[in-house]
Write a protein that binds this ligand. Structure first.
Ligand code: ZN
Length: 439
């Protein structure tokens, strides 16, 4: 089916972002077939179904390169005991108890809720990192089903860790990586690993072997807190990145998430191995773990993307958090204006190209038809030259009206079409207190 998304302000993004007033994006099946002036597109595609965008902003769907769907039911939960005073206590008192309490239906609902929130925020592609030790085998299939039902794209993995049982989760990753194979452009797979401080050399070696054989990357938390760095130095005589690199976990397809506590020599290893880094500013501030030296990583040509780490599914919010955080942290109001949007709009697309083999993140002929149509009436002129100003100070607070993924409309006029939001939220409210009781 051919559709004309017309009369919008099209921001094509890509290398030479073009802002087209009275623009139109024409899709056919899962691809964009043309982009240009609305009147012209109407002449060229007279029989296409027309969807009037009424001056709204049409952008490529957003990408989240690090998420934890399973964290959903933590919202509003009273964590038993004394408040956690550091990062390791946050893991021990909250996340390692919550993931243990999840049953199969909890896993499905915990995925469906953030998937709905992704659609609400125009996020069409997600790289997720899952944990549910009591319901481990087959858990990635449950999430895959939820993603397919929602109509989004996702790369999935299970968080391997020795913290419950040595090598726990290796088999689930191996099974799922085999099942997905080269992928169909909608679902991809990675080798998921928790973090250096919960992984023995033996487990790391097994995981890296499986990942290398299958040609997939490792998705691992790296030096999120100083505890991870200290542990690596104490047990292995070297900092975290050196250890992971020595074990073979680095590389073009791998994601080193956070990298808050790394030094210059570790940055050089990341750059030399072309490993991608994912920055999660809201999560880092929430856990009070420190500030990733994102500007230095970018200067070393490291591919740094943006994730939410389960905090939310709103990528424009992460972009603005990054913008604000690095201005403050560097005491410099000249920085991050270009870098924060670059991480979200360009680098996340490059990371996904390595995972899915798709060129996302740009509206152009032949590109995937993934769109976020945002209800934003610019109060000042908008053009290619000042688009970032509108993005950081305007679009970030505007509401997404219509979300399209693989050419399919998943939300229209702010109504979710793909999933029954009310029923899913009601069922989640029913089950969440039972999960809390099991902690
Ligand atoms: Zn994470």
């Amino acid at each position: 089916m051919t559709t004309r998304f017309e009369n919008g302000i099209v921001a094509t993004l890509g290398k030479d972002n073009k802002v087209l007033l009275n623009g139109s994006v024409v899709t056919d099946g899962e691809k964009v077939v043309a982009v240009g002036n609305s009147t012209e597109m109407k002449k060229r595609y007279p029989n296409a179904e027309a969807l009037d965008c009424n001056g709204k902003v049409i952008m490529p769907g957003f990408i989240c390169t690090h998420h934890h769907f399973y964290s959903t039911m933590a919202r509003g939960m009273a964590i038993p005991g004394e408040p956690a005073s550091n990062f390791v206590e946050i893991l021990e008192r909250l996340w390692w108890k919550l993931d243990m309490a999840l049953s199969d239906e909890d896993i499905t609902l915990s995925a469906q809720i953030p998937l709905i929130e992704c659609i609400r925020n125009g996020t069409t592609t997600v790289i997720d990192h899952h944990a549910s030790p009591s319901m481990r085998d087959g858990s990635l299939d449950l999430i895959e089903n939820a993603v397919r039902q929602a109509g989004l794209r996702a790369s999935l993995c299970y968080e391997v860790s020795d913290r419950n049982v040595p090598g726990g989760g290796i088999k689930e990753n191996e099974r799922f990586i085999k099942k997905v194979g080269k992928g169909d452009g909608q679902i991809a797979a990675m080798m998921g690993l928790h973090a250096s401080f919960t992984l023995s050399d033996d487990t790391l070696e097994k995981c890296v072997g499986i990942a290398k054989d299958a040609g997939v990357g490792c998705h691992i938390h790296v030096a999120e807190d100083a505890a991870d760095r200290d542990d690596s130095i104490k047990k292995y005589g070297m900092p975290t990145v050196n250890r992971l690199n020595k074990m073979g976990a680095s590389g073009e397809k791998s994601l080193f998430v956070h990298c808050v506590h790394i030094d210059d020599s570790e940055m050089d290893i990341i750059a030399a191995t072309k490993t991608a880094v994912v920055h999660n500013p809201e999560s880092n501030m929430n856990n009070a773990v420190g500030v990733t030296r994102v500007l230095d990583l970018l200067k070393k040509n490291v591919l740094v993307g943006l994730g939410t780490d389960g905090m939310s599914s709103d990528m424009l919010a992460q972009m603005r958090a990054a913008y604000l955080l690095h201005r403050l942290a560097n005491h410099d109001p000249r920085v991050a204006f270009v870098e924060a949007p670059q991480m979200l709009l360009q680098n996340n697309a490059k990371i996904c190209e390595r995972q899915f083999g798709l060129k996302l993140g740009e509206i152009a002929e032949g590109r995937p038809a993934d769109l976020a149509i945002i209800d934003y009436q610019p109060p000042t002129p908008i053009s290619d030259a000042n688009f970032l100003g509108h993005l950081i100070f305007g679009l970030v607070d505007a509401t997404v009206d219509t979300t399209v993924c693989k050419g399919k409309i998943l939300m229209k006029d702010k109504k979710i079409l793909a999933l029954d939001e009310e029923r899913i939220a009601a069922r989640s409210r029913e089950l969440a207190p039972k999960v809390w009781q099991r902690l």
